[in-house]
Design a binder for this molecule. Structure first.
Ligand code: PMP
Ligand code: GLN
Length: 382
């Protein structure tokens, strides 16, 4: 007999990524659902991990992350975003971007606080907010270009608003914030005590010659921000689960209090490898073009199907509307496509607390060409 448990997240089920990936395995469908590449990561980076292990770099490193890695990351922030970051006090390496976001939210939130979240939203944000006793105030991005309705943001801000979550390039839609958006955000938070958590895990996966508008470019915004990144996305190794957070010293000091009693530190050999590999700037600068080719190839293939493209400008994903040929619920269609047409996707309603269903599915195009061809071939029978 178990003692009875009072759930901290009574409304939460299993994440849609796990649900759809399991269904893909069960029905042997091509998995364009969960976001992970099916092409190999860099041989050089793999070799560097092996070398670090052979060199006996296998014990705990610094609680905040390998010092050399943090130094390289601070240099990168300077080069890319003209930001001056102190690697000793303002960067912490974490076991993944999701962990960085969770830790940032846990650092700041108190019961009763409100957090502005734009939907569709990456599925960990709202449970991370609620487990801290805070409340997500959701605002729908404007369909179909998924832009932020800044007037509505202004209306929803009140003395309980503790934090605004942003994510660019955006999962699931591939929308990208512009300089005007950053300007609007700056005006809204000026002279308030509002914090920002900025999810920038797709910073390099940006297309169409757009520049990534990192919070790190905006000193006024950065003063109130936790900026979260993921090595998994940048180096095609989502299974490594390594990321990092950049925040001003006073905020980072509190972040580390949570981190040190959670994972305390992260995988040492991989940090050694990444510190060395960061000298290869082409590996991340060229990434947008490489992934854009995949988006473009996928888009061309999808033209032979009845789906309507909602253009993505960044991330691993592109969304497609099926309103032109079906009115069924997106979850039902996603399940049917997996079972009957051999392709797994993600129904975008899963990223809305209300279950808002605009008849849109998310496809992950970070795959080999043959995988994309096989997936879309199934859809031609629709
Ligand atoms: N945020 C977004 C928007 C993501 O898509 C992901 C990808 N999984 C993450 C955070 C987390 O990355 P990680 O796997 O490093 O935890
Ligand atoms: N970020 C990935 C996605 O959006 C999946 C991460 C996960 O499975 N939790 O598909």
């Amino acid at each position: 007999m178990h003692p009875s448990i009072s759930s901290k997240l009574p409304h939460v089920g299993t994440t849609i990524f796990t649900v759809m990936s399991q269904l893909a395995v069960q029905y042997q469908a091509v998995n364009l659902g969960q976001g992970f590449p099916d092409f190999p990561m860099s041989d050089e980076l793999r070799e560097l991990v092996y070398k670090a292990m052979l060199d006996n770099q296998n014990q705990y490193t610094h609680m905040a992350g390998l010092p050399l890695l943090r130094e390289k990351l601070a240099n990168k922030a300077k080069q890319l975003y003209q930001a001056t970051i102190n690697p000793e006090t303002e960067i912490t390496v974490t076991p993944g971007g999701t962990y960085a976001i969770y830790t940032a939210l846990t650092t700041i939130l108190q019961p009763g606080d409100e957090v502005i979240v734009f939907e569709p939203a990456y599925d960990s944000y709202i449970p991370n907010i609620e487990v801290n006793g805070a409340k997500a105030i959701t605002i729908s991005l404007q369909y179909p270009n998924y832009s932020i309705p800044w007037d509505e943001v202004k209306q929803k801000i009140n003395p309980r608003t503790k934090l605004i979550m942003i994510n660019s390039p955006h999962n699931p839609t591939g929308a990208v914030l512009s300089t005007e958006d950053m300007q609007a955000l700056s005006e809204i938070v000026a002279n308030t005590n509002i914090f920002i958590v900025s999810d920038e895990v797709y910073e390099h996966l940006i297309f169409d010659e757009l520049a990534h508008e990192s919070i790190l470019r905006y000193p006024d915004l950065w003063q109130r921000s936790f900026v979260c990144f993921s090595f998994g996305k940048t180096y095609h190794c989502t299974g490594w689960k390594l990321g990092y957070c950049i925040a001003p010293e006073v905020l980072m000091k509190e972040f580390r209090k949570i981190h040190q009693f959670n994972s305390f530190t992260c995988d040492t050999p991989k940090q050694v490898a990444l510190a060395n590999y960061l000298d290869n700037t082409e590996a991340y600068i060229g990434l947008g073009k490489f992934i854009q080719q995949k988006r473009d190839y996928f888009r061309t293939l999808m033209q032979g199907t009845p789906f309507t493209c909602i253009p993505s400008h960044g991330s691993y994903f592109e969304c497609y509307s099926y309103a032109g040929f079906s009115q069924e619920a997106d979850k039902d269609l996603a399940i049917r496509l997996t079972k009957e047409y051999g392709i797994a996707t993600i129904p975008v309603s899963a990223f809305y607390q209300s279950g808002e269903d605009n008849k849109v599915l998310r496809f992950c195009f970070a795959k080999k060409e043959e995988t994309l061809e096989k997936a879309v071939k199934g859809l031609s029978a629709l």
